[in-house]
Design a protein around this ligand. Structure first.
Ligand SMILES: Cc1cc2nc3c(=O)[nH]c(=O)nc-3n(C[C@H](O)[C@H](O)[C@H](O)COP(=O)(O)O)c2cc1C
Length: 187
């Protein structure tokens, strides 16, 4: 039986929720392990036919992907599906920004053909504290400063989501990702 591992880094639960849904679905077809990134040392990634990594998006970075990528030889990267969970829409600009700051840093020509998804996350301004809160304040300032074309619908929507919160998490967002997981498993 083929083996898959789903690794997640989540601060407030939405990325974890996606990882749980993915692991539950993949378990129908293969032996699937689910783990938080903080426990990754317990696993040998070379044992798996498919590696799914999901991290929440913070300033366009997929959290903990930079650490994980230190051990990602091409052999591992070529069987990976990566997802970032965030509240910005998956526009071409946002996708390219997230891709280049994460996957693009270790495989700039996408030779390993790893696949990146951006999934809708959840944001509750009441629950964000400390440094994260300060960072969101800066983000709001940039969105309203004129450095970003604040007249665009995207910028206004992002501002609204930061101010009022949003919940974009849905199991329906996983359809294509799960199809791609099965393609990697069938290789
Ligand atoms: C400090 C901070 C920075 C963020 N930066 C981004 C970002 O650059 N792009 C984005 O789409 N979402 C961003 N978000 C939203 C989170 O990615 C979103 O709330 C995500 O669902 C959190 O995942 P979790 O529930 O697994 O912790 C940011 C949130 C915080 C608190």
């Amino acid at each position: 039986m083929k083996k898959a591992i789903v690794i997640y880094s989540s601060k407030r639960g939405s990325t974890q929720q996606y990882a749980e849904w993915i692991a539950e679905d993949l378990s129908k077809d293969c032996e699937c392990t689910l783990t938080s990134y903080k426990d990754i040392k317990a696993y040998n990634l070379y044992e798996y036919d498919l590696i799914v990594y999901g991290g929440w998006i913070r300033g366009s970075g997929i959290v903990d992907f930079d650490n994980l990528s230190k051990q990602l030889e091409p052999e591992l990267l070529s069987k990976m599906i990566i997802f970032g969970c965030g509240i910005a829409n998956e526009t071409p600009n946002n996708y390219m920004q997230v891709w280049s700051l994460n996957v693009g840093k270790i495989d700039p020509h996408n030779e390993c053909k790893s696949i990146l998804y951006i999934l809708g996350g959840r944001y509750d301004p009441e629950k964000v504290t400390g440094f994260d809160k300060a960072l969101m304040k800066v983000c709001k300032k940039v969105l309203t400063s004129g450095k970003v074309d604040s007249a665009t619908e995207e910028a206004n929507q992002m501002l609204d989501r930061i101010e009022n919160g949003c919940n974009l998490v849905s199991q329906d967002n996983l359809k294509s990702l799960l199809k791609d997981c099965r393609k990697v498993l069938d290789k």
